[in-house]
Design a protein around this ligand. Structure first.
Ligand code: MLT
Length: 201
């Protein structure tokens, strides 16, 4: 696990830990304040993406905006799932709920589809469909909140809907809302995520 730079904050056992996954150009500190606000008292595990795009950390390679390197996504999702497993042992924490923004939401969605044992559920903020797996996993009992922006210039309008359908087909419990927002987060994202996490946890 030493090969993921990460930030860890211990928390209580009353609610699941959060796995914080930042957007392109972020780092392990980016989502910590949001995580603290959304799930007070939860342990926070926050790795830094290892792929560099013009010096900006990400969680997988892409060929251009929205053009993903699917083979790299598969490798990186497995690698991140391995990190989560080792971190759970090292810190003695339960299966986390992912809280991912943009590129971080995309790798969280890939983990749900390819390595579902790593996550208890996920909050996916401004997510896209990272890939369509050959075989759908069984996501029964896994809650997923997806919040999209109706004016998001990065995520094509029907792309997140496609992911919601895929996750539902895999039996996840999906709540997908499209907010009057762009790619950036709004107060509505904060309020809805906090309420959802309080119920999910
Ligand atoms: C991605 O590359 O994962 C998405 O386009 C989101 C982003 O801009 O990072």
């Amino acid at each position: 696990m030493s090969d993921f730079i990460h930030h860890y904050e211990a928390g209580g056992t009353e609610r699941p830990p959060l796995l914080l996954l930042h957007g392109t150009g972020g780092d392990e500190h980016d989502l910590v304040p949001l995580g603290r606000t959304l799930a007070p008292g939860a342990a926070l595990l926050s790795p830094r993406g290892k792929v560099l795009e013009n010096g900006m950390p990400r969680f997988f390679r892409r060929f251009g905006e929205g053009r993903f390197d699917v083979e790299d996504i598969k490798l990186r999702a497995a690698e991140l799932a391995g990190f989560v497993e080792e971190a759970r042992e090292r810190y003695g924490i339960a299966q986390p709920i992912a809280l991912g923004f943009s590129n971080g939401a995309n790798i969280a969605a890939a983990m749900l589809l390819l390595a579902p044992e790593a996550l208890a559920g996920a909050v996916l903020l401004r997510v896209m469909t990272p890939l369509v797996p050959d075989v759908l996993p069984d996501l029964a009992g896994k809650p997923v909140l997806m919040l999209s922006g109706s004016a998001d210039p990065i995520v094509p309008a029907d792309d997140a809907g496609r992911l919601a359908s895929l996750l539902r087909e895999a039996s996840a419990t999906v709540q997908h809302q499209v907010l009057p927002a762009g790619h950036g987060l709004t107060q509505a994202d904060v309020n809805l995520s906090a309420r959802w996490l309080a119920e999910a946890g």
